[in-house]
Unconditional design. Sequence first.
Lengths: 330, 258
Amino acid sequence: MASETTRPSFWARVQHISVERLHIRLESLVVLLALSAAMALLSPYFLSLSNFLNILLATSTIGVLAIAATFVIGSGGLDLSLGSVMGLAGVAGAFVAVNLGWPSVLAVIACILAGAIAGYINGQLVTRAFVPAFIVTLGMLGLARGLALVISQGRAIYGLPPEIVYIGQGRPLGIPMPVIILVLTAIVAHAALAYTRFGRHTLALGDSEGAARAAGIRVEHHRRIIYTLSGALAGLAGLLFTARVNAGDPTAGINYELTAITAAIIGGTNLFGGRASILGTMIGALIMGVLQNGLTLLAVQSYYQQMAIGAVLILAVFIDQYQVRKESRV
Amino acid sequence: MTLLSLHGIRKSFGAVDVLHGVDLSVAAGEVVGLVGDNGAGKSTLMKTITGIYRADTGSIEFDGEDILALDPGQRRRLGIEMIYQDLSLAKQQDVASNIFLGREPTKRLFGLLPGFVDKGEMDRQAARMIERLGAHLPSINRSVGSFSGGQQQTVAIARALTFNPKLVIMDEPTAALAVREVQSVLDLIRRLKSEGIAVILISHRLNDVLSVTDRIVVLRHGRADADLVTAKTNMNEVVSRIVGGGDIAAAAAHEQRG
């Protein structure tokens, strides 16, 4: 109680700087370090370079999806179709490369284009047909998954060309390619969200659509771009996954939206829009990666991992809302 | 010189006709009060001027230019600003972000990559504007939602004045303010007038309207029902025009008390 009347504590000031300048919530960094320390104590295999790279590699697909989720949620929207669109994109790319036998470049483009088209349709329906994003993207979750199964006739498409496999399994300088792609994507996305007009308008839109409209921002147009971008990123995630497992799997990415949205939320994205940061989301994605990796090392069944992710999502939103209510009372 | 002129503005939402052919003109540097009962169409009319709503029929000229087809961003660039009753602020963003929303200055990153927002420049100009308004904010780097109502109003006003507007529309700017803050808003309106900036003031507080305006337009049932010169009218006449007959004396007495 006394601290409220005196000047801000050291912790509060450090927190302020991290939020204002770096756009990350310090709590999420603390959780990541604490979780890593706990895993290191529990498993002798956790603290090793190869396991560290394993975690990053396993995080790469989810990380790209979480970036997509950050943009959409930050703009006050929601995209539940991320995992399905990722699966569809992977199948589209594999179909182009294997069944059609077209060059690998076209297969890469097919992955990202398939995702972008699905996202564009989401955006059109949300802004022109006035169907809520929750319903549109839930419908797309079913549509994209079904289409992936139709295209692949329910079976994984094997036999990808080596160039594509390199995107998933190559290790220039010992660093897995998907990790490199994730880091580059995150840097560009962070700059776009935090330092460009596009990013500022995205957050303003999620904060108050009325304010954005009054400021002359073309709200519907902006939303369509965001959903298309989200779909394209899901397409990139599909490419990374397909290349890594060397197969266009129509069941790839099931429940990945759950993990991606959780990563964005524990990274500090406001569930209702207006506040988001890619750096925070990356910390959130690492928390999910460390959690899954640690539970695997501890030989916990993957069914329990799913439960853990769901519980973390609810807990993260609870803590965020608790803090918002506390702040608004002061 | 006529700055803004509206002719025969009609607007309906589905089956509900809100505006039935409104004529209105505002001269440069003129302060016009817009009054009328709830539901008379005041806010709708203002939003057709800023471009949030598009008029069904009629013409809008601003500074000699037909602006009917322009979107809100384009109309803002011509010099039409509005301070909304709900302030229309992005509450989780800081002061400079709100003032410059939609008009952020940009710079090149490392002198190469274009399109990056110049936050330093934004903060400097925002601080200067807040200072010019004689206001004190705890910090311009805090989210606007953490400020008091009066402080948020200051941010909304700063946003409207930063880009040298020719016309400022204020929708109930004093409704939620303390007495001292009301006076500073009225002083601000007088200052804008002295700088040649036109103001349209929407308010239910007729004492405020009578004290700062040059003209008072009464909107009734979606029409500009009366156009009164402030110096030649009084509370009773304004009130009777708003309610349109009936028990005028009682309504006026009520307003005088309030």
